[in-house]
Design a protein around this ligand. Structure first.
Ligand code: ZN
Length: 127
């Protein structure tokens, strides 16, 4: 078994060849792959998101899985079958894994109501 650092370096090469640049799929922030042995800003690190409601074969932390699996042909196919999204730390923390569509709808409605209240207040101040 290779050392974790070597395994992650090989995965990094795979992700670079697959995506080119890693970018958060929601906010567009540029992201970096895990950098073992080096300090990195968590905000800049890619988070692999269970975007299929937790039905993915890789159930737990994708990062932990990557650390313990060499990027063999079989493992790359398994990884790809999960269809993980690429997110920054902030966007990843905001999104629930399960029932996210419902959560987004509720958050959207909430945000619209807030805007209406703010408009109402600013209108009142002008009058
Ligand atoms: Zn983001």
């Amino acid at each position: 078994m290779k050392r974790t650092k070597e395994i992650l370096k090989e995965w990094e090469l795979y992700f670079i060849s697959k995506y080119g640049e890693l970018v958060c799929e929601i906010c567009g922030r540029k992201l970096r792959f895990y950098n073992p042995g080096m300090k990195y800003d968590k905000k800049e690190t890619v988070h692999f998101d269970h975007r299929n409601g937790g039905k993915e074969i890789i159930k737990g932390s994708p990062k932990v899985w990557l650390r313990s699996h060499n990027p063999t042909k079989e493992n790359i196919e398994l990884w790809q079958s999960c269809g993980f999204g690429l997110l920054c730390d902030l966007c990843n923390r905001m999104l629930p894994t399960k029932d996210r569509e419902q959560w987004i709808l509720q958050a959207y409605n909430y945000a619209l109501n807030i805007r209406e209240v703010e408009n109402g207040k600013s209108n009142r101040i002008k009058e």
